[in-house]
Design a protein around this ligand. Structure first.
Ligand code: BGC
Length: 739
């Protein structure tokens, strides 16, 4: 038997050698592997050499996370991994079981809601580069991130994977992430294109939104990623838009993405988001990936040949129903992706788990944590201030890198907040009580906690009684319906009995501070009774260190909220119109709040949020000088310069995020009261003053006029405001825009 196998091996090696031989006759290198040739020629040459079947094969998955390439021509497989805040562990070829490799752990970076809260594009570049390096080291060609869907409702289970509620902020943060990743010869894959703003009903829901909402709110981040980030891959979303699935949506893909924006990369499906061969062929889908599905139902293994872009596509081409040129268009894009990634022999080799990666994970976490309330200088808790610190709450010890769905990760190291606090203050000064508990994370079910809830509360109350101060670690935890893919939260409340527990703890100890860990706003019935409140996130590998640094004052908080926190759910635009506006009637969801998403809604409707977009405190204080503009009248192609002084008037060094909002005086159509059009993070030593210059491209002040289907800048008066949050304007100037 062995002999037979050996002979077979020789025969196959010899036949492969013969296959390639004609290409090398006369020392001629085939054009597609000749690096001196322009990439277009190389693509056309490869395309000519591929059989119809080979071309079909590269347009769909061969395994959970790969496409086959063209082995006969030596064109490599394309390997992908989630994304967006670390390189995911390996999976079995055709099942959702972890492959249990021993070399697939990663640095877990803070989730993207935290990155957004840093308001620091330079850090986003470092983040992108770090994740790109790890992806490259692990031989991934596409990293399935960043996620840029807009935070429309605090119930969306995946907001933690995204960059917040504002199109300007998301656009500015996503571009450097992409550039950082792709510098490593790894494609970033922006997702989910588009309007995937809820998990509930995501596979079936049809989004009805106006052109204004589309262009002003939901598309800008994608557009910036394509035009400025030059992203190489985009993932279509599960939902429909205007009656057609987004992964093969004529308007979104053919007209906007590939037409107007001239996207030259590949559009791949979300896992199982294709639904129709004709549409997939004609409306711009390039690669079909899947989730153990034949595209229609679950449960069929190795179903790749059944995919819409597999045998059904082949048959239709063979019968002449669909033209082969449609296939060629896809293959050209996929080959370009190969040349950009695994056929670029000059791409770097990547790096994994370096000290720099750790440092970036720490920095993003520290810069993203947001201090929301700080009465009587509750924070920072300097070392030596208290003899006994009670840390209470499951999130102080829970592994928050797990759960949540596809963004789950296998960290090489994950430092919990409890560990961080013990390391900071010393074991002898810290007592811990779980307080509440939840079950193991699970994608489609809530699993029960193994503990008795009443006993946990009792023990926590005892711990609280005897401590000098309480730091409560709660929030959500990436369990089913608690910031997790596949479904949304049921309401805005803290789960697992946390509110009742907090109430009880407050009756025995009023020296009480909280750290909420979540990717979404939670309701805060206890807010007036707690002294200190930190909004934290899924912080990744260095989360505990960052948290302890902020709590102790070794790092000064400088994050700002990338979304508004409403007093109650119905105050939020999308949730104020009843179920047709969210989550929809199981067929349609109508975006009734239109362009008034996030603070645009709160401002325009004069609703007071609990904490506004762009808000965040520091351990120091800042003072803004009066702002000046370089001129008072501008034309649409000009750039305005706005200058002001910013001083650190407190006692420690810190960073302030200055925000620039615009308002149009007399718009011919409804415009939000204000819109973010600039921000800058300024580091200031104690007592230091800097002159800050911000620029504003006048054309950025345009709105999308859906009567004429174009961006329009009306000659008018505009107010330019410099602010420390969307509700805290420090100085304003009036500008005139003329034709
Ligand atoms: C998610 C994607 C993810 C893919 C692969 C899907 O369920 O929606 O964001 O990249 O799975 O894991």
């Amino acid at each position: 038997m062995n002999k037979v196998l050996k002979n077979l091996r020789y025969i196959s090696i010899i036949s492969i050698a013969f296959l390639f031989l004609p290409m090398y006759i006369d020392g001629q290198i085939p054009v597609y592997i000749d690096e001196s040739k322009p990439v277009n020629e190389r693509i056309e040459d490869a395309l000519l050499r591929m059989t119809l079947e080979e071309k079909i094969a590269i347009c769909h998955a061969q395994s959970k996370f790969s496409t086959p390439g063209c082995p006969r021509l030596g064109i490599p497989e394309i390997w992908m991994s989630d994304g967006p805040h670390g390189v995911r562990m390996e999976f079995m070829w055709d099942s959702w079981s972890h492959a249990e490799w021993t070399n697939d752990s990663c640095t877990v970076y803070p989730a993207l809601s935290c990155l957004a809260a840093t308001f620091n594009p330079a850090l986003s570049y470092q983040y992108g580069n770090a994740i790109g390096e790890e992806a490259r080291f692990r031989n991934k060609d596409i990293i399935l991130g960043p996620g840029v869907n807009i935070y429309r409702t605090p119930l969306n289970g995946r907001n933690f994977e995204y960059l917040g509620e504002d199109p300007f902020l998301t656009s500015k943060m996503v571009v450097p992430y992409i550039l950082g990743v792709q510098k490593n010869g790894v494609a970033a894959c922006m997702k989910h294109f588009a309007l995937n703003n809820q998990e509930k009903l995501r596979d079936v829901i049809n989004v009805k939104a106006s052109d204004r909402a589309l262009y002003e709110i939901y598309l800008p981040a994608f557009k910036a990623g394509v035009l400025e980030g030059k992203v190489w891959a985009i993932m279509g979303s599960y939902n429909k838009f205007r009656g057609q699935y987004c992964s093969h949506n004529e308007l979104l893909v053919n007209k906007v993405l590939k037409g107007d924006w001239k996207f030259d990369g590949v559009l791949l499906t979300d896992w199982g988001s294709a639904h129709n061969t004709d549409e997939a062929a004609r409306f711009g889908l390039d690669i079909e990936m899947g989730s153990w599905t034949n595209g229609l139902t679950w449960g069929i293994s190795s179903a790749y040949d059944n995919y819409y872009l597999a045998q059904p596509f082949l048959k239709k081409i063979k019968s002449g129903e669909l033209s082969e040129s449609l296939l060629d268009q896809k293959v050209r894009r996929i080959l370009l992706l190969n040349f950009r990634t695994n056929m670029d022999r000059n791409r770097p080799f990547g790096k994994k788990l370096t000290p720099e990666h750790k440092a970036i994970a720490l920095k993003v976490a520290e810069e993203g944590i947001v201090l929301l309330k700080n009465e009587n200088k509750f924070f920072p808790i300097e070392k030596g201030r208290y003899a006994k610190i009670a840390v209470i709450g499951e999130n102080a010890v829970r592994k928050l890198t797990q759960g949540g769905g596809s963004s789950e990760l296998k960290p090489q190291q994950e430092i919990s907040p409890l560990q961080g606090i013990i390391d900071k203050y010393g074991k002898e000064h810290v007592v811990f009580s779980l307080g509440y508990a939840s079950g193991e994370p699970n994608y489609i079910n809530e699993l029960p906690s193994p503990y008795n809830a009443d006993s946990l509360v009792e023990a926590a109350v005892e711990t609280a009684k005897n401590a000098d101060v309480i730091i409560f670690f709660g929030g959500l935890n990436k369990n089913f319906q608690q910031d997790c893919e596949g479904d949304d939260r049921k309401n805005m409340d803290l789960p697992f009995g946390q509110n009742e527990l907090i109430k009880k703890l407050l009756t025995v100890n009023k020296n009480f501070g909280m750290v909420i860990m979540s990717g979404n706003a939670v309701s805060m019935p206890w807010i007036s009774r707690v002294n200190g409140l930190i909004q934290s996130w899924y912080l990744g590998s260095q989360g505990g260190v960052a948290t302890a640094n902020i709590i102790s004052g070794d790092a000064n908080p400088s994050g700002k909220l990338p979304f508004s926190i409403p007093v109650k759910l119905e105050d939020n635009g999308a949730n104020s119109f009843g179920s047709i506006a969210y989550p929809g009637d199981s067929t349609n969801v109508i975006y009734k709040e239109d362009i008034l998403v996030g603070y645009r809604w709160f401002d325009t409707k004069k609703i007071e949020p609990l904490f506004p977009f762009g808000y965040g405190l520091s351990y120091t204080t800042f003072s803004f000088g009066k702002s000046k503009t370089d001129k008072s009248v501008y034309k649409s192609d000009e750039t305005a310069k706005i200058t002001f002084t910013l001083s650190n008037t407190g006692r420690v060094s810190g960073s302030e995020i200055a925000q620039l909002y615009i308002s149009q005086k007399n718009p011919s159509m409804l415009r939000p009261v204000k819109e973010l059009k600039g921000f800058t993070k300024v580091a200031l030593n104690r007592g230091e003053t800097k002159t800050v210059e911000m620029t504003l491209k006048v054309s950025d002040m345009a709105f999308y006029d859906d009567k004429i289907n174009a961006w329009t800048l009306e000659p008018d008066d505009y107010i330019i405001s410099i602010a420390s949050s969307s509700r805290s304007i420090k100085s304003s100037n009036m500008l005139k825009i003329v034709r």
